[in-house]
Design a protein around this ligand. Sequence first.
Ligand SMILES: [Fe+2]
Ligand SMILES: [Fe+2]
Length: 289
Amino acid sequence: MAGAGGDGSLLAISDLHVRHADNRAIVEGLRTESPDDWLLVAGDVGDTVEQIEWALRLLAGRFAKVVWSPGNHELWTPPTDPVTLRGVARYAHLVELCRGLGIVTPEDPYPAWEGRGGPVTVAPLFLLYDHSWRPEGFDTPEAALAEAYRTGVVCTDEYLLHPDPYESRSAWCAARVAETARRLAERDPALPTVLVNHWPLVREPTRVLRYPIFAQWCGTEATADWHVRFDAAAMVYGHLHIPRTTWYDGVRFEEVSVGYPREWRRRSAPPGELRRILPEPDGVPPSAW
Ligand SMILES: [Fe+2]
Ligand SMILES: [Fe+2]
């Protein structure tokens, strides 16, 4: 289906967290407007392989193409999951699951969206984080982590996201960044990109976090210029559970998360609205930084 597009749109969503029944109802309600629509899923679909497969199978049956990037929740090994794979082996298992459903993963050739607003190269990424987004005054990852434990703001990844066979999540992140930069450099230079990663490529979106210390689990300084370097028409991310549109260096960043029921119930917007990435929505102020 690469190269298709027709009258469809390139749509995005993330952080479906289908462990929650109310979120499963949102996923069941997701519909295309055109049979040519593609859906970008930017991670945190569910916590167990069974949950992830349920949601992705449903979406793969509804959209012309689904493109997936893993979130931290997909990479957890929860004690309740009969699938006990950890780290790289768990990721590889999910990639195979996606391929069986016809879903594009970060391990596959990057497809071209040639529908309205295209052509662009759609690049699902899996980059993780490395504790380089630290608060002022904390010069090392160790110091930032110690402060997180001291203040009680510790990401559950510390307990459930195992980096095997890497010695740390930061080491896994470094390997992912190096390999992904190589692949992006080899893409068709004539086309702009739509970059999809669970974590934002730049630190600025984390400045509005309620607990700034949490930013160390949200990305890496190593990708600070990627939206420019790899000619992004848009960057799609989630993880922060703060849905919004912002612009950095003239590039549109879309946080497309649904989040937990206790979060989306507080918002005025209805949950589960698909965000249109292309064609570019009207009325978006290009200078709205
Ligand atoms: Fe999430
Ligand atoms: Fe997340």
